[in-house]
Design a binder for this molecule. Structure first.
Ligand SMILES: [Fe+2]
Length: 360
């Protein structure tokens, strides 16, 4: 399987991973041949790209940290929790239990997964951004938590704070949240209220532990004290607040937003690394960058020796140096595919990945 941006989709391509519509129903099953009307629907729903299967990529397997169907169910549950929270003074006990159930499942899945590298290009449906984002922030936060050796009970609390970190946005004017143009100072100040509003909303509920709702309050605090709402600094920000801050920014940067296009994983990682100890806790960043593949499996890349190939395996100890299945030679001609290993093969130690490309 390989990742193909929506603009590069062509009739006759074979869908590699099933796609869902906005209500969580299957839109196109895996192994379906693309027709023009499918391509139009994929574009209209707002998918930035999809996984396809073809001869050059059929032996490349894309493993999701969380299974596809569960992921969609989780997004639907989060949507329900957010929608029900509007106009309510308190989160209902049913919703608290549902969130806890979701988190327990995610923690189990992550703990049972030996390969903890996030190796997938996330394909979100644009309209449901907040819900996909909440789930991704929970997954990324739990992965950091597992790497820190946190116990299950702590992982549940971390995950609950992460999944609900932006719940306060339900109390903010939608027109401001979705505004495409630059925000006025007044509008930005309005949006900034969401972390406190979320915290107060969850605190009113006796069923949520302080560690979770304090993380919600602090997810926009910054390590250098320049965040909000309380301009807390360094380790005065709770561990969960510091973890969620990193997960939140990574997922936000790699998503299409009304005011800008998504960054590539490699670009988002560079942004976060550049802000270690100013915006974020650099000890946590050191862990985070070993868990996120800058060039996820299935991505097509051009190398500094002009060869083109598909990323087929990533290594935690050298995450910038994956295995690549070469399909085009230096002259851009298709070749009998062969795999090179940027991490272990000394013939390629001086070769680097220079850009993400599409293969026709
Ligand atoms: Fe937020």
């Amino acid at each position: 399987m390989r990742f193909v941006p929506t603009v590069c989709l062509r009739k006759g391509m074979i869908v590699g991973k099933r796609l869902y519509n906005k209500s969580g129903r299957v839109l196109i099953y895996e192994n379906t041949e693309l027709k023009q009307y499918y391509i139009d629907r994929i574009r209209n729903i707002g998918y930035t790209g999809i996984y396809i299967n073809d001869d050059i990529s059929k032996d490349i397997e894309i493993k999701n940290v969380i299974d596809g169907d569960f992921r969609i169910k989780a997004v639907q549950s989060i949507k329900k929790i957010f929608i029900e929270s509007v106009n309510k003074n308190k989160i209902s006990n049913i919703n608290v239990s549902e969130s806890k159930f979701l988190i327990e499942n995610i923690v189990e899945d992550i703990l049972n997964n030996n390969d903890l590298i996030v190796n997938i290009i996330d394909i979100k449906v644009f309209d449901d951004y907040t819900y996909y984002h909440s789930l991704n922030v929970a997954i990324l936060s739990i992965i950091i938590g597992v790497s820190l050796g946190l116990k299950k009970e702590s992982l549940y609390k971390l995950g609950l704070g992460a999944i609900l970190h932006d719940i306060g946005k339900v109390f903010i004017d939608r027109d401001i949240l979705n505004k495409k143009d630059k925000l006025t100072d007044e509008e930005y100040n309005e949006i900034k209220k969401h972390s406190r509003l979320g915290y107060e909303y969850l605190k009113r509920n006796g069923n949520i532990t302080p560690k979770s709702y304090i993380a919600v309050l602090q997810h926009h605090e910054r390590f250098d004290g320049k965040g909000y709402p309380n301009r807390k600094k360094g380790k005065k920000i709770s561990l969960f607040g510091r973890i969620i801050a990193i997960a939140d920014i990574y997922d936000a940067l790699t998503s299409d937003r009304p005011y800008r296009n998504a960054l590539l994983p490699s670009e988002a990682i560079e942004y976060i690394m550049a802000n270690g100890n100013s915006m974020f806790d650099s000890d946590l960043i050191k862990i985070f960058v070993t868990k996120i593949a800058p060039y996820p499996v299935g991505m097509c890349v051009r190398l500094s020796n002009n060869m083109t190939g598909i990323v087929c395996k990533n290594f935690e100890d050298a995450i910038m140096r994956p295995q690549i299945k070469i399909v085009k030679d230096k002259n851009d001609e298709m070749v009998e595919p062969f795999v090179i290993d940027l991490r272990n093969d000394k013939n390629y130690f001086n070769v680097t990945i220079v850009e993400i490309v599409n293969i026709y």
